[in-house]
Design a protein around this ligand. Structure first.
Ligand SMILES: Nc1ncnc2c1ncn2[C@@H]1O[C@H](COP(=O)(O)OP(=O)(O)O)[C@@H](O)[C@H]1O
Ligand SMILES: CC(=O)OP(=O)(O)O
Ligand SMILES: [Mg+2]
Length: 437
């Protein structure tokens, strides 16, 4: 029997197939499930790039698959799910009927306080989640179509919907409240900060807790989850007390294609007919939201959202034109500038309550886990707090199975870690808790 955990990103699908023991007891919950295979699909929706589908099996479990599909802009998330299920059967002999549970990361869960269960007979929750698509335009609708595609292909399984927003239920009222008058329009959910990347933050708290041998209630950490969507979170006693993303994943840090926080009036001077419909299929999104979510951020400043390429152009100007080099430098500087503003604010929120010796900083996400340059630059800007990077540890790659690693010196007053986030394992854990499996 298997549990499949799927994570539908804006241009990617990540997944893990886990072995599920036939009869688990609540005590087994602390023992992580055995991973059988990892799935990675990239370039969905991306112009000029072919969609790449990879299935990697643990030793002896199957034959790895790497398949190039059609050009990204012609492919939608929903097209991929049947191919993935077919590949699992074809390369590892996993029959659909053996996949008993599928967990889905849904970015916006509104005010839902716990995971929702969906089966072929009871799909009501999907309509509710789709109604929130305009509050997570790069994510919710695709994920909902993914759940529907899986239910169609494997009608016998049970789906568990896990929300990024769940982790941020502990935000205090003064933090989640927007200083707006009562809305003139009816909205599906209250207009307030919800926060995202919560499954990642929950995974990081669990990893730090296990690695440091402390209960989650002793984990006080500012986490920078820096991927194609970037956010930071202020975690006190294992709970979120502030985070940069808001009503939608647009607020806060600069993203691969997102503005992050700007003066909201700028867009009315920038875009023609900002309130007009952007013409997206099956979803109402305004032209302003499309520009701010899909055409801005690193892409707008550097012409690429590939952070590795941006840092390479800065490090070695001979790899690009002078204009590209200058654009890369500006994109990098803007990214770091916004990040530092939030990190300093969040550290001050923690330090007002707990001593520095009990506070940590952690980096995660594709950029946070891979860009030693960015981490070094951030720590240099936190020298006033006594932060000191260990250049050797910061430059080293993670050892096999090393989820948490320290990158600050022994004398650094701010302990700093790189934590490999695992949203899929977190989803599997929460689904087992919810279903008692
Ligand atoms: N070696 C690297 N150096 C710097 N950035 C990297 C590296 N590898 C990946 N990244 C960046 O990580 C980002 C993707 O992160 P990820 O967390 O997988 O994103 P998401 O889940 O939001 O799609 C991309 O912007 C990519 O440029
Ligand atoms: C919420 C969000 O932005 O997610 P991702 O970074 O996976 O796109
Ligand atoms: Mg992600």
């Amino acid at each position: 029997m298997y549990l499949l955990a799927l994570n539908c990103g804006s241009s990617s699908i990540k997944g893990k197939l886990f072995d599920l023991p036939p009869a688990a007891t609540p005590a087994d919950l602390d023992v992580p499930l055995n991973g059988a295979a990892t799935i990675a699909v990239s370039n969905i929706g991306s112009k000029g790039d072919k969609v790449v589908i990879k299935v990697s099996w643990e030793a002896g479990r199957g034959q790895d698959v790497k398949e190039e599909g059609a050009e990204g802009s012609t492919v939608e998330h929903r097209d991929i799910f049947p191919i993935l299920l077919k590949n699992l059967a074809g390369s590892g002999g996993v029959q659909g009927s053996e996949i008993k549970y599928i967990t889905h990361r849904i970015v916006h869960g509104g005010l839902n306080k716990k995971p929702l269960i969906v089966t072929h007979e009871h799909e009501e929750a999907l309509t509710e989640m789709d109604a929130l698509s305009e509050f997570a335009p790069l994510h919710n609708h695709h994920a909902v179509l993914g759940v529907r595609a899986c239910l169609e292909a494997l009608p016998e399984h049970t789906s568990v919907l896990l929300f990024d927003t769940l982790f941020h239920q502990t935000l205090p009222r003064e933090t989640y409240t927007y200083a707006l008058p009562p809305p003139e329009l009816a909205t599906a959910i209250p207009l307030r900060k919800y926060g995202f990347h919560g499954l990642s933050y929950a995974s990081i708290v669990r990893s730090l807790s296990a690695n440091l041998g402390k209960p989650a209630s002793d984990i006080n950490v500012v986490v920078a989850h820096l991927g194609s969507g970037a956010s930071a979170c202020c975690i006190l006693g294992g709970k979120s007390i502030d985070t940069t993303m808001g009503l939608t994943p647009l607020e806060g840090l600069v993203g691969g294609t997102r503005t992050g926080t700007i003066d909201p009036t700028a867009i009315f001077h920038h875009t023609k007919d900002p309130g007009g419909d952007a013409g997206l299929k099956d979803m109402h999104v305004t032209r302003a939201e499309l520009v701010m979510n899909k055409k801005s951020g690193l892409t707008a400043l550097a012409g690429t959202q590939n952070f590795g390429l941006i840092t390479q152009r800065i490090a070695d100007p001979s790899t690009c034109s002078p204009e590209e080099g200058a654009a890369a430098q500006l994109a990098y500087d803007v990214f770091v500038d916004r990040l530092m503003g939030f990190l300093a604010a969040y550290l001050s929120k923690l330090l007002y309550r707990v001593p520095l010796a009990n506070v940590a900083l952690a980096f995660s996400g594709g950029i946070g886990e891979n860009s030693a340059q960015l981490r070094a630059d951030v720590l240099a800007r936190l020298g006033w707090l006594g932060a000191e990077v260990d250049a050797g540890k910061n430059a080293a790659r993670a050892q096999d199975g090393e989820v948490v690693r320290t990158i600050s010196t022994a004398g650094s007053k701010l302990r700093t870690y790189v934590v490999l986030t695992d949203e899929e394992a977190q989803c599997a854990h929460m689904a087992r808790e919810a279903l008692n499996i």
